[in-house]
Design a binder for this molecule. Structure first.
Ligand SMILES: *Cc1c(COP(=O)(O)O)cnc(C)c1O
Length: 387
């Protein structure tokens, strides 16, 4: 038989889209120098400021998230400048690679995959790194799911007048509380294809006055990723170059939905899916991989002898559901399931049911229905009748 299988992404980007978000943008793109688009652009920035909880400038860059990471580093740091980098996995390693590529001197605070970077360890590294221009971290390290305590980190970095705090919140925004202004997060980076329910192609970056002062004193030559240049243009609803018009239109629609829902409720939705998933894991006696996990993804080790690649293949071929394995040193060792984007309880429950079948087929000793029962119990005891 060839049953219908819908393609469903439980991957940490791209994530499930809000369907109405892309029709208009892709079938009927606007012209980026016309008034209609300029007002949509400014409206998108305002909505993002609400989501980021900031009054700082909020710039849109037409690139994937890594483009905004590169922009942050190259606009803040000259060759030879010092920085402190927190590394808890693959995306922290990306900060280190960027620093190496652009000639910054990095003091690296590294923890094993599955652990979280301790803000106090960053504070100690700052003491050892005089005149550090910046601290770079991930809000959630997507290769493991580990989250960092941003509020404490903000307090620690704020004591260093010369040092700008840069947060890759690409999977943090929309999945954990992020108070950009209240916590003193100077630069916060997001990506359209994660919790924003929009297609890939746009990165967003908020920039504080402290960060602007540093950017203005940094004389590294720059061309495409010129934040000060973008700031000028974007105040008037334009960008220096042709932006990803269709994605920005889509993002604008999904932001309307997100703000109507309420950003705190979008975070709570990710937390609910994560909680449901973890209740199922516990019922299978499989441990959540990181000690301190955010809600963006759930990562877990499969039991001895159960090949994650086999589980991934069964989920894809039999059910059309895409989950992914480990990155970096966790390749072949873990499974990762995203809770970002336009997803709900019914989908998570279906995923858990199919995962039980796939895990069984891959040789895991689980009792069919134990995970779904645990998920239903979790749902019943953690949600009221008023949701
Ligand atoms: C997805 C992601 C990125 C950016 O990846 P791109 O492929 O460049 O969009 C960066 N950091 C984290 C933590 C991510 O999850």
């Amino acid at each position: 038989m060839n049953y219908i299988k819908k393609r469903r992404l439980f991957t940490p980007g791209p994530t499930p889209l809000l369907a109405e978000a892309y029709f208009d943008g892709f079938l009927n793109p606007m012209h980026h120098r016309k008034e209609e688009f300029k007002s949509l652009f400014i409206n998108t920035q305002k909505a993002l400021q609400e989501v980021f909880k900031t009054r700082n400038d909020l710039l849109l860059l037409s690139s994937s998230g890594s483009g905004a990471m590169e922009a942050a580093l190259t606009n803040l740091l000259m060759p030879g400048d010092r920085a402190v980098i927190g590394v808890a996995g693959k995306f922290g390693e990306r900060w280190v690679e960027l620093a190496q590529t652009f000639g910054a001197q990095a003091t690296v605070v590294e923890v094993p995959y599955g652990e979280s970077v301790d803000p106090f360890a960053i504070g100690e590294a700052l003491e050892r790194t005089p005149q550090a221009a910046a601290v770079f971290v991930q809000a959630t390290e997507t290769s493991t799911g580990a989250a960092i305590d941003l509020e404490s980190l903000g307090r620690i970095v704020a004591r260093h007048k010369e040092t700008v705090l840069v947060v890759d919140a690409i999977t943090g925004i929309g999945t954990m509380p992020i108070e950009t202004d209240a916590w003193g997060l100077d630069i916060v980076i997001g990506g359209s294809q994660k919790a924003f329910m929009a297609p890939p192609g746009v990165a967003m970056i908020s920039v504080s006055e402290k960060a602007w002062a540093r950017i203005e004193s940094c004389k590294r030559p720059r061309y495409y990723f010129n934040l000060a240049g973008e700031r000028k243009k974007q105040k008037a609803g334009e960008s220096a170059f042709t932006p990803a018009v269709s994605v920005i239109q889509a993002l604008n629609t999904s932001l309307t939905f997100i703000l109507k829902q309420g950003i705190d409720n979008v975070v709570a939705n990710a937390a609910l899916q994560a909680g449901v998933m973890r209740a199922a894991l516990a019922s299978w006696s499989m441990a959540l991989f990181p000690r301190s996990s955010g809600n963006a993804i759930t990562a877990f080790r499969t039991p001895e002898g159960v090949d994650p690649a086999k589980v991934i293949a069964v989920m894809r071929d039999r059910f059309g559901a895409h989950i992914i394995g480990g990155q970096g040193s966790m390749k072949g060792k873990i499974l990762r399931i995203s809770h970002m984007g336009y997803c709900d309880f019914l989908e998570t429950l279906g995923l858990i049911g199919c995962l039980e079948l796939a895990l069984l087929e891959a040789g895991a000793p689980i009792r069919l229905g134990s995970g779904t029962a645990a998920a239903l119990e979790y749902y019943r005891s953690n949600t009221g009748s008023d949701h």
